[in-house]
Write a protein that binds this ligand. Structure first.
Ligand SMILES: [Fe+2]
Ligand SMILES: [Fe+2]
Length: 352
């Protein structure tokens, strides 16, 4: 299956899942020796804290409820696989698992990525928000929200807007660096087009944030980013980590948001993000592929970047109608994207 087909299948499955929350937001499972009684939920919550894989950052169980039979749940954690499968347990005796209704909070891992970051010496950079005090443009229909809900949602959309805004500069720099490295013209052209897409995403996100805030918010000046020597391995690593993985996770998160969103302005912005970021993910993968074919050290650098990549936090669930669904629902979608789209595609790239 091609990477594009993988992403298309993932999107159709995710969006077809509809808005129902079902009986469980997620489940948390822990291993016990076969034949032992399952621990109480309180004890299980302690056992579940602190798990980390490359697919899933450190997690905290914020709410744990009733025991549920593992045959009643489709386990979605740990990149989509059951961590206690026979033969892969690391335990010295036969184990079974006990599962509970749960909500998770995911903490940022070593290198959590969403969208194409503008990196300065490795660290992502953004502008800060300027609150103009001018009237906000037309945007979400927010009458039903309390003041606190509006403020939380405005914070969230401002953060997204700043990352979208930083991506404009990241793609402009990518286009210049690809040009300097002698990359195929098609890659340079797609990078410039992506910068223009990100300008639209930033504009949409600032418009939504402004409506929620009650006055217009815009990006302040972008802080200067230190000039750097153009280097194909750095471009390749950023194109895999921020370009392919980060943009695919951005698509997955937008799909999770869209599934629950009802506000027309929010839905329109998310649909545009899904369409454009899918293309940006494909561009990131193509740049990484080109680098592997042209630079001896690229493959090992990409393998190392993949090993250190982790899912970003799922955010707060402050208003599903306006793009902030329950974090457990977002986390489940991000994990599914990782296991069904990102991991197989990167493994193929590294094995080619
Ligand atoms: Fe974007
Ligand atoms: Fe993007």
């Amino acid at each position: 299956m091609t990477p594009e087909r993988r992403l298309a299948v993932f999107l159709s499955t995710t969006l077809a899942a509809g808005c129902g929350t079902g009986p469980l937001d997620d489940v948390a499972c822990t291993a016990v020796p076969l034949g032992d009684a399952c621990p109480s939920p309180e004890v299980a919550a302690e056992l579940l804290i602190g798990t980390r894989t490359c697919e899933s950052p450190v997690r905290e169980v914020t709410n744990i409820g009733a025991f549920v039979s593992s045959s009643d749940v489709i386990y979605t954690g740990y990149g989509g696989s059951n961590p206690y499968e026979p033969g892969d347990t690391g335990f010295s005796e036969p184990m079974t698992e006990c599962c509970y209704e749960a909500s998770y909070k995911e903490h940022e891992g070593e290198d959590c990525v969403i969208g194409r970051a503008l990196r300065d010496g490795g660290a992502p950079r953004t502008a800060t928000v300027t609150r103009t005090g001018q009237p906000s443009p037309a945007g979400p229909e927010i009458e039903a929200l309390s003041a606190d809900q509006r403020a939380c949602l405005a914070d969230r959309w401002e953060t997204d807007a700043l990352y979208e805004h930083a991506s404009i500069f990241a793609f402009e720099r990518l286009a210049d660096e690809l040009d300097a490295l002698g990359a195929p013209e098609d890659l340079v052209r797609r990078a410039r087009r992506a910068a223009a897409d990100e300008a639209h995403h930033a504009e949409d996100a600032f418009a939504i944030a402004s409506a929620l805030r009650g006055s217009r918010v815009v990006a302040g000046p972008m802080p200067p980013v230190a000039p750097r020597r153009v280097d194909l391995v750095t471009v390749a690593v950023e194109s895999l980590r921020d370009g392919y993985i980060g943009e695919t996770i951005a698509v997955a998160r937008a799909a999770a948001q869209l599934r629950d969103a009802t506000d027309p302005a929010v839905r329109a912005a998310l649909i545009r993000v899904i369409r454009d970021e899918s293309e940006h993910a494909a561009l990131g993968l193509d740049v990484a592929r080109w680098a592997v074919g042209n630079e001896e050290g690229a493959r090992a650098a990409l393998a190392s970047a993949f090993a250190n990549a982790a899912l970003p936090s799922a955010g707060d669930g402050e208003g599903p109608a306006f793009g902030a669904p329950h974090p457990a629902r977002v986390a489940a979608v991000l994990r599914a994207a990782w296991s069904s789209v990102v991991a197989p595609t990167v493994h193929e790239l590294l094995a080619a």
